[in-house]
Structure formats: structure tokens, C-alpha cells
Design a protein around this ligand. Structure first.
Ligand code: 13P
Length: 256
């Protein structure tokens, strides 16, 4: 049985003061998110300490990072290593988000190195994959996602793959208000499991959590999370307000 993971991605939003305010709002809604769904927000680096401290007021609420560097330390100005994130208290880190691929030149090779480093340091990578609109229109979405998965996971052991989380984020649905239909999400998530079975084995494919991301909101979360192969959400816009994220958490709890 896979546990839902409801993960916010704040992107370059919510500095320390706003992060603190988010948890003040969240703790007014609940002081315990329970254990049915895992609940997480991935905050900007500069907000991590504040967010981790503030999150302690809501039992079960976790805070993760949005990126890492694949080296341990050294002359990499502006970068942050896996061990630094671990030291702060992060358990999760987003890797290979489409915005990093598009604006910061992250290739499958770089993404793969980051996934491997996160795993080596005991962090759980949330590996993002997904096609752009032109690829969906020309029916290449499976090929694109397969290449991204293989590029990032090739060379990892089945045990390591079992410790990753995959997020399917069709780029055309990110921040656009346009959302993949439940059928489109289910079809891709099932395909992702088939690729995982090839890279590892059937047991691993059945145990890895595959999240959906792209305009997930309280009003569409139930039908997406209700799909058999959708194990949670990676949520941008709707995760920046405590009440809308909490509504999605409640939906996941109801479906558990
Ligand atoms: P939106 O939920 O704002 O579409 O963002 C999705 C996303 O990119 C999460 O990583």
C-alpha cells in the first residue's frame, strides 16, 4: 500500500517571513496533519531554517528543498549540497523540475547525478519528469518521459530506485490552470511504473510513489488522487496558501 505524499513546491516564493506566516495559518487549521498522507512543502533555501522551525508546530508536517548540487562541497558558488540539506533537517529534495531543465540547463545527466547524490546522503529525491505541449501534441510523451527516467535512474540499484519518488509534471499543465485529465494522468503513471519495472523490478515499480503535478487544486485533486496509480501531488500555486494545501491534504486523507 503506497502512502499518499502531498508535497508543495513554493518555487521562488515565500521568503522567511512569509514562510513563518504560512505555518501560523496552517497551525490555525490543524496542529497535526496525521499519518494517513505524508505532508511536505519544499521551500526556497533561504526559508528552510525558518520553515523547519515553524513546521514543528504542526505535527507530521515536513519541509524539503527544491534543488541540490551533486558535489559534497567545494568551489561551487551559490550552490547547496545534499549533506547541508540533511544537516538542516530536510528529508526530501525536488530534482530536475522542468523549470530547472528549461531555465538552468539541467540535462538528464545532471539530474541523474543529483538523484544519485541525494540518495547517497539519505535524502529522498522527488524526480520530476514530463513532456512539453508540442511533445504531447505529437504523441511523443511516453518516449520523452521514458528518456528522462532512464537518463536519471540508469545505474542505480533496485534498492535505490525504490527509495525515490517520481513526479509526473506535464509542462503544459504547470502554472497554466490547464490540468491533465485523470485519464491522461493515470495512463502516464502506469507507463512510468512499466519503465520502473524495466529499470528495477515489478516489486519496486509497484512500491514507488508517483505524484502528479500541474495545476492541482482543491477542486480537481479528488479525481486525480482517485486514480489507482496517482500517489499524491506536487503542488505549486495551491501550496502557497495554508487553506488550499490543507484542503488537498484532507482529500488525500479521505481517499486513504
Ligand atoms: P502549479 O501547481 O502551480 O501548476 O505548479 C506545479 C509544479 O510545477 C509543482 O512542482
Amino acid at each position: 500500500m503506497r502512502q499518499f505524499l502531498i508535497a508543495g513546491n513554493w518555487k521562488m516564493n515565500l521568503g522567511p517571513a512569509e514562510s513563518k506566516a504560512f505555518f501560523t495559518d496552517m497551525s490555525a487549521l490543524t496542529n497535526d496533519v496525521g499519518t494517513k498522507a505524508e505532508v511536505l512543502v519544499c521551500a526556497p533555501f533561504v526559508s528552510l531554517s525558518t520553515a523547519l522551525e515553524a513546521a514543528a508546530s504542526v505535527k507530521g508536517f515536513q519541509v524539503g528543498a527544491q534543488n541540490l548540487h551533486f558535489e559534497n562541497n567545494g568551489a561551487y558558488t551559490g550552490e547547496t549540497s545534499a549533506s547541508m540539506l540533511k544537516e538542516l533537517g530536510c528529508q526530501y529534495v525536488i530534482v530536475g523540475h522542468s523549470e530547472r531543465r528549461e531555465y538552468f540547463g539541467e540535462t538528464d545527466e545532471i539530474v541523474g547525478k543529483k538523484v544519485a547524490k541525494a540518495l547517497q546522503e539519505g535524502l529522498t529525491p522527488i524526480l520530476c519528469v514530463g513532456e512539453v505541449l508540442a511533445e504531447r501534441k505529437s504523441g511523443e510523451q511516453n518516449k520523452v518521459v521514458e528518456t528522462q527516467l532512464k537518463g536519471a535512474l540508469d545505474g542505480l540499484s533496485a534498492d535505490q530506485i525504490a527509495k525515490t519518488v517520481i513526479a509526473y509534471e506535464p509542462v503544459w499543465a504547470i502554472g497554466t490552470g490547464e490540468v491533465a485529465s485523470p485519464d491522461q494522468a493515470q495512463e502516464m503513471h502506469k507507463f512510468i511504473r512499466a519503465v520502473l519495472a524495466e529499470l528495477a523490478d515489478e516489486n519496486v515499480a509497484a512500491s514507488v510513489r508517483v505524484l502528479y503535478g500541474g495545476s492541482m487544486k482543491p477542486d480537481n485533486a479528488e479525481e486525480l488522487l482517485g486514480q489507482p496509480d496517482v500517489d499524491g501531488g506536487l503542488i505549486g500555486g495551491a501550496s502557497m496558501k495554508a487553506d488550499s494545501l490543507f484542503k488537498i491534504v484532507e482529500i488525500a486523507n479521505k481517499l486513504t
